[in-house]
Every structure is written in C-alpha cells, then in structure tokens.
Design a protein around this ligand. Structure first.
Ligand SMILES: [Fe+2]
Length: 331
C-alpha cells in the first residue's frame, strides 16, 4: 500500500548542466528549444520553458568539462522537506543547508550513493511574465513561443551509475518514491531502475554505466506536446547540425515516444512524451524486465543504440573512441 511519505517529492525542479561550449549550448537551449534566459550570474545562464511556474529549470554553466551539476527536487510541503532531510541525514549522505538561488528557496544538499549532487527545497518564487512573454490565458506562466522545438517543461532526469542497485535502493528506501519499472540482471541486481513521484510514469532513472565511473550523467528530458513535435524536433536538430543519437521511436519501458540528441557540449538531451501514459493506481506493482526481454529492443523492435551504454558526461578518457567502438559493435 502506498504510504503518505511516498508523496513527499513533487517534481524535478532544476538541473545544472556543465558545458565546455557555453555559447553553442546556450544557442541550443535558448534559440532551438525556445527557452527563455531569465538570469545570468557569473558563468551561469538560468533558463526556463514556457509552461513552467518557477523562475528557471536549467542552470547552464560554462566549464572545462561537461556533465551534470546539482539537481534540485521540489518537495510537496515544508513538512515533507523536513521528513526527507531527516531520512537523508541518517544515511550520512547529507551536506547541509544551502542559500536560495534565482527564486528557489533554501535547499538541503546531499549526494546519492553514486556521488551525484542533489538538493531538496520547498520554497519557491513563481514566475511573473513581463511584456515580452505575457500569456493570453491567466492559467499559463508565460506566452507560448510557437517556434523551434518549443519545449513545454522539464520532465525527468536519468543518471548513469556505477552501481544502479545501490542508487535505486536509496531512492526507494530513503527518498521513498515509488518504483515504476526496472531491468533485472541475470546475475542479480539491476541494470536500470525507474522511479515515479506521482502519476507520471517516471521522474528519476538510473542506468548502468559500462565504464564503471561514478556520478556520471545520462540525460535529462523535456516534454514537448505531441509525437509530431518530436518528429519536428528531429528535423530542427538535423537542420542545425545537432547530433541525433537515437530515435524518434517508442520506448518499450514506460512507453514514451522519444528522441535523443547530444547538445553542443556533448550532454545527451531527450525530448519525450511523458504525458501519454499515466499510472493512476497508487499501488501499481513495479514492472520488472529480464535481460533477455530488454535485449529485444524498443517497443517496435529496434535495438537500443550501443552508445546508450557508453556515452555519458563528464567524458571518460577516450570517450569518443569508446563510443566509436560501441557503434562498430566492438564493446
Ligand atoms: Fe529519458
């Protein structure tokens, strides 16, 4: 039976992404995806999608390397925040309270067992549109841009992990969010694990890092409106020299329609229709896939691209060669 603590987390609030090609990455998110830059502090640009109620969802930071910085997760209440902080503190993974940042209130920073930096917060500032992006309807945060990939909102994040089982157990037992699906390895443990906060089929995912590095990033996803938008996203990426890694296609697991690209900084970004399938049953049992079932490929049979298991950020030494070998079938 679902427990009230299973509903302590609301959604992925914001993600910091590192890029060694700041201007090119900014062009990708701001101009091709139609996000709006709301603040610039130091080496970071803060960007938002048009249907997001908060100030920002992406902090894009110029860096020597690529990869993900801190992920912010909003809780459903102040009490929920305090409950989860108490649970995290028991694990020894807590770092302590951090100051507010661009509308996101005081947050509690911690790391997951694989070393990914995260924080929980509840207080947040609502976005107030100005003359440039005032919406026609009062129930929408900002105007519909109607250009480019036109991403509606940030949807989910997928981390690579050296030990998916350990990271997954942390999310199940300490964060107490519910599992939706997982891939079980023949020798025990898990190759991938999906978690849901509410009715959307997933918000946080862990996948096996074949390089066995800790703390790497696989992708995060934006939700456009429709499957057609994802086909259009592929055309826009093609036209603008953005590397298309995989798709458009339909996932077997959780059944989202997807497209994966590498933004100019080398980080994998997904466009996915998360709203197509909701899990309405609060006690829906976790769906477990075997390695053999997973090996059958995606929903309509296409095999998963080999770089899906090797390409992650920050890059490991010889990342490009590892990806090339994977594509050549030499893993
Ligand atoms: Fe995804």
């Amino acid at each position: 039976m679902a427990h009230s603590e299973n509903f302590d987390l609301a959604h992925v609030g914001a993600i910091e992404l590192f890029t060694p090609k700041f201007e090119e990455s900014l062009h990708f998110f701001r101009d091709l995806l139609a996000m709006r830059e709301v603040a610039r502090i130091g080496d970071s640009a803060y960007l938002r999608c048009w249907d997001e109620y908060q100030q920002y969802s992406l902090k894009l930071t110029a860096s020597d390397t690529n990869g993900v910085g801190r992920t912010l997760f909003r809780t459903t209440s102040e009490e929920a925040l305090q409950r989860r902080v108490a649970a995290i503190e028991k694990t020894g993974l807590g770092h302590g309270w951090r100051e507010p940042e661009v509308g996101v209130g005081r947050s509690y920073e911690f790391e997951d067992p694989d070393g990914h930096l995260m924080a929980l917060y509840f207080d947040t500032e609502l976005y107030v549109a100005d003359d440039e992006d005032r919406p026609a309807l009062k129930n929408q945060a900002s105007a519909y841009p109607g250009r480019g990939i036109n991403v509606r909102r940030l949807d989910h994040i997928n981390y690579l992990a050296s030990d998916v089982t350990k990271a997954g157990e942390f999310w199940r037992d300490t964060m107490m969010v519910r599992e939706s699906e997982r891939v079980r390895l023949d020798e025990g443990g898990y190759a991938a694990w999906w978690f849901r906060f509410h009715q959307k089929s997933y918000d946080v995912v862990y996948s096996d890092d074949w390089t066995k590095e800790r703390g790497r990033f696989h992708h995060f996803a934006f939700a456009p409106d429709s499957r057609e938008d994802i086909l259009k996203a592929a055309d826009i990426c093609l036209e603008n020299g953005i590397y298309i890694e995989y798709g458009p296609y339909k996932h077997a697991i959780n059944q989202t329609f997807f497209l994966y690209v590498w933004e100019p900084g080398g980080n994998r970004i997904e466009f996915a229709t998360a709203q197509g399938r909701l899990i309405l049953d609060p006690d829906w049992p976790v769906v477990e896939w075997t390695q053999a079932e997973r090996a059958k490929g995606q929903a309509w049979g296409m095999k998963t691209v080999a770089t899906f298991h090797t390409h992650g950020t920050p890059y490991v030494e010889n990342q490009e060669e590892i990806d090339r070998q994977a594509l050549a079938g030499n893993h």
